[in-house]
Design a protein around this ligand. Structure first.
Ligand SMILES: NC(=O)c1ccc[n+]([C@@H]2O[C@H](COP(=O)([O-])OP(=O)(O)OC[C@H]3O[C@@H](n4cnc5c(N)ncnc54)[C@H](OP(=O)(O)O)[C@@H]3O)[C@@H](O)[C@H]2O)c1
Length: 335
């Protein structure tokens, strides 16, 4: 049983904590918060032991009537692996301060630079590369979505240049600080950073990306175009996606004209926090014209990286093969 600590119990951390709790080969030893917020109380209500992420803040929890089990210095001594879910760019410092000196393995999230880890990870695309590694970076929500779809296509078909336009959600639903509220904001520097990030997982993909931010909180949307180097039909691509784990095909004509209906479906489907771990690809958007493949996919940014963190832990401790791990994680999360 692998002992897991979650450093940073926010959007990603709380989801990973719940997902790890559902596995039979790993368990959550504790989670950290920097301050005594409602999320800290919720962690305890859910049965997680809480630790102060910043040791100097430990007393503040007691003052707020929240019982902690210690600080990050205590948690680190009890675990085999930390899932670092602290805000972007904090993970590298945590590695130097806590994980390396205590020889504890760690997974990092997509907000960290690739250099923080031995490998940038997506279970479907490069599970084997993380086997036995000490530091693994689970790539961002967008890169996870692109890696899954492009691995599926490129491992079945010869493809050339890939171009992607990312339409990005402006903020997560629980975030009142970010915008825009009434504007569309292009990342004026083209190519955007997303293409090189995909290449940290799939180095052979020739990809150029551009991105815009729009006033929505629920999902990202990707418009994907890929040159085809062999005769291929839309039906061929549909079959590939039907046989790929963590990809779900939907049809606009079946009541899914937009991301709004996808999230309404997710609410009815009833996973915790209406999480959608899969790439949601519009089947009726998949088309081939003049040897170029086109399709749209929607990505639930808060959720798609969650099963990947579970698989990353299995790979790091060599607990299962890629296929076994994906199957096990999917079963436990109702994917
Ligand atoms: N949100 C997304 O859509 C998304 C998707 C994929 C990947 N990611 C990546 O996942 C990582 C975490 O993002 P998030 O959205 O989950 O962030 P978040 O919601 O802001 O949560 C961050 C958590 O870290 C805690 N924290 C803050 N400073 C800390 C410190 N110095 N040490 C330890 N914990 C600290 C915060 O606790 P307090 O509230 O107590 O300060 C909070 O619980 C980032 O690398 C991000 O790029 C995010």
């Amino acid at each position: 049983m692998i002992k897991v600590g979650i450093n940073g119990y926010g959007t990603i951390g709380k989801r990973v904590a719940d997902a790890v709790s559902k596995q039979d080969d790993m368990k959550v030893i504790g989670v950290t918060k920097t301050r005594p917020s409602w999320e800290a109380k919720m962690a305890i209500d859910k049965g997680f032991d809480l630790y102060a992420a910043i040791p100097e803040n430990a007393e503040k929890f007691g003052e707020a009537g929240i019982k902690i089990s210690g600080t990050i210095d205590d948690l680190i001594k009890e675990v085999d692996v930390i899932v670092d879910c602290t805000p972007s760019k904090f993970g590298a410092g945590n590695k130097e301060k806590y994980y390396l000196p205590n020889t504890v393995k760690a997974t990092f999230q997509g907000g960290e630079k690739p250099e923080v880890a031995d490998v940038s990870f997506n279970a479907l695309a490069n599970y084997e590369k993380a086997v036995g590694k000490n530091y693994v970076r689970v790539v961002s929500c967008n890169t996870t979505g692109l890696s899954r779809a492009l691995y599926a296509v490129s491992s079945n078909l010869k493809i050339g240049k890939v171009r992607v336009v990312l339409i990005r959600r402006a903020a997560d639903p629980g975030d009142s600080k970010k915008g825009p509220i009434n504007a569309i904001v292009p990342s004026v520097k083209v190519p955007s950073h997303h293409g090189p990030d995909v290449q940290t997982v799939l180095p052979d993909i020739d990809i150029v990306t551009s991105a815009v931010k729009v006033p929505t909180t629920i999902m990202h949307l990707h418009s994907i175009m890929a040159e085809l180097k062999e005769n291929t039909t839309a039906e061929d691509v549909i079959k590939i996606f039907e046989n790929t784990p963590r990809i779900k095909l939907i049809d606009s004509t079946d009541g899914f004209p937009s991301t709004a209906e996808i999230i309404e479906y997710a609410r009815d489907f009833g996973r915790p926090r209406y999480d959608l771990y899969e790439n949601m690809i519009w089947r009726d958007s998949i088309s081939v014209k003049d040897n170029e493949l086109y399709f749209f996919q929607a990505i639930h940014q808060e959720a798609d990286v969650v099963p990947e963190n579970v698989d990353a832990i299995r790979a790091m401790f060599n607990l299962a093969s890629k296929e076994e791990s994906i199957k096990k994680t999917n079963k436990s999360l109702r994917i």
